[in-house]
Design a protein around this ligand. Structure first.
Ligand SMILES: [Zn+2]
Length: 331
């Protein structure tokens, strides 16, 4: 297969689509799976209920990014104590070319990136009126509702703040191989590289060939896209700007960087394919990562997701006609 590195698709959403966003994403699931991600742009009639006051980030994570091989195609990412290290003066990052050359030209042995992860923090108000988009309700609008409210309530939004030029989100997939909805609140563009789930085996083999035994699920690696080109791994780019959503498909692997400071927020959810395509059954018991508490898996009883209940869920919540006769708030 030849390497395909075109951009992932962009779709427009109106206020009706936004009120039924899981159903909207479901209707685009074909391209979502093929590309691993889509970008959603809001039309002018969409209303978001956003908090004016920004949250001051308290737990800054500094990442140390180190070249792993001579051709500078693979970097390892390690978290280091934030307090002890100042960020070096760095030339502005304006596009992917300046980002990757700033990485490889770094005079230092490593490159530092500052990101604050604020679990269970949000800049969205809880839903006041149906017309407002509310990020909190996304997990229970999704197939995850079959797991019961006690479980669904554990899936909460997570805010991320990048603090300067070239902040990095290393290679990872969403928790428990779920889908992820990511909103860009404010700040500089975020450049994404997306590897669809079906390229996982190919990527595993290539990393073995490159003598890397580092896990690619949990933010330990950053890979120069030239490596994907060389090995004909299919991947796609997306540039996410303020007020845009990015949706990641179940099992997709992504890495990204921001040109400068930014605020982003994400929430996991599930489509029927999370069960039907087997993503829910993935086990990372072989992974040696020290996963911090925030990423500890939420125990979901997968046996609750029977074929019959999934079909009922699809009929009731996902197959919504354009007049909105089936309301996602019913039941
Ligand atoms: Zn891992």
């Amino acid at each position: 297969m030849s390497s395909i590195s075109m951009d992932a698709p962009i779709v427009k959403i109106n206020s009706f689509g936004l009120q039924n966003i899981i159903s909207f994403i479901y209707t685009h699931e074909g391209i979502l799976k093929e590309f691993g991600a889509i970008k959603i742009q809001l039309s002018s009639d969409c209303t978001l209920a956003l908090k004016k006051r920004k949250i001051s980030p308290t737990c800054t994570t500094t990442q140390k990014i180190t070249k792993l091989n001579d051709d500078e195609s693979i970097y390892s990412v390690d978290k280091v104590e934030a307090q002890n290290l100042c960020n070096e003066q760095r030339s502005p990052i304006t596009d992917e070319k300046t980002f990757w050359s700033s990485l490889s030209n770094s005079d230092h042995i490593f490159y530092l990136s500052n990101v604050s992860i604020l679990p269970n923090q949000t800049l969205f108000y809880k839903k006041q009126h149906r017309k407002y988009f509310a990020i909190h309700s996304i997990p229970r609008q999704s197939l995850l509702k079959l797991a019961g409210s006690k479980i669904v309530n554990q899936f909460v939004p997570c805010l991320t703040r990048t603090h300067g030029p070239g902040a990095v989100f290393p290679l990872s997939s969403a928790q428990q191989h779920l889908s992820l909805l990511v909103y860009h609140h404010q700040g500089s563009p975020r450049h994404w590289y997306i590897i669809p789930a079906y390229e996982r085996d190919a990527l595993t083999k290539i990393l073995q060939r490159e003598n890397s035994s580092i896990c690619f699920e949990h933010q330990k690696l950053l890979i120069n896209p030239l490596l994907f080109d060389n090995y004909h791994i299919r991947y796609h780019r997306l540039v996410q700007c303020q007020n845009e959503f990015v949706v990641l498909s179940a099992g997709a692997l992504t890495q990204s960087f921001t040109e400068d400071a930014s605020w982003n927020e994400s929430i996991p959810f599930a489509l029927p394919s999370w069960i039907e395509d087997g993503h829910a059954y993935y086990s990372d018991s072989t992974c040696q990562c020290c996963i911090n508490n925030f990423y500890e898996p939420i125990t979901i009883d997968i046996t609750l997701f029977t074929h019959e209940l999934i079909q009922k869920y699809i009929d009731k919540y996902l197959n919504i006609d354009n007049d909105g006769n089936t309301s996602i708030n019913k039941g």
